[in-house]
Design a protein around this ligand. Structure first.
Ligand SMILES: [Zn+2]
Length: 104
């Protein structure tokens, strides 16, 4: 895949945009800003990363299903992609009385 970060980016107003580091919900996100009209574009991969990380910080509710004698929950696709979780891979459940964590 071509790294769009390396390419020059033109603004709709016809000016070349400048690379800039934005902060989105406390997370650094690469992007471009137009020095003329102040239009800004976020790097899509960084923006997605920041979005998912922000969701994870707040907590993502998942529904519990039943399969035979076991209960299960689905891991949302964006979380699967974020942690690069694969079918057949292993996760480790850890926790205390009221909290459970998953090591990836
Ligand atoms: Zn512009």
């Amino acid at each position: 895949m071509r790294d769009i970060w390396k390419a020059e980016r033109g603004c709709e107003c016809g000016t070349w945009m400048k690379k800039k580091l934005f902060t989105l919900a406390g997370i650094k996100v690469r992007g471009w800003e137009c020095p003329k009209c102040s239009e800004s574009i976020l790097h899509p991969e960084d923006a997605q990363y920041a979005l998912v990380l922000n969701k994870l910080k707040r907590g993502i509710p998942v529904k519990i299903g039943e399969l035979g004698n076991s209960l299960f929950f689905r891991i949302p696709k964006e979380i699967v992609d974020f942690y690069k979780i694969k079918k057949g891979g292993k996760l480790v459940l850890k926790g205390g009385k009221k909290k459970m964590e998953i090591d990836v």
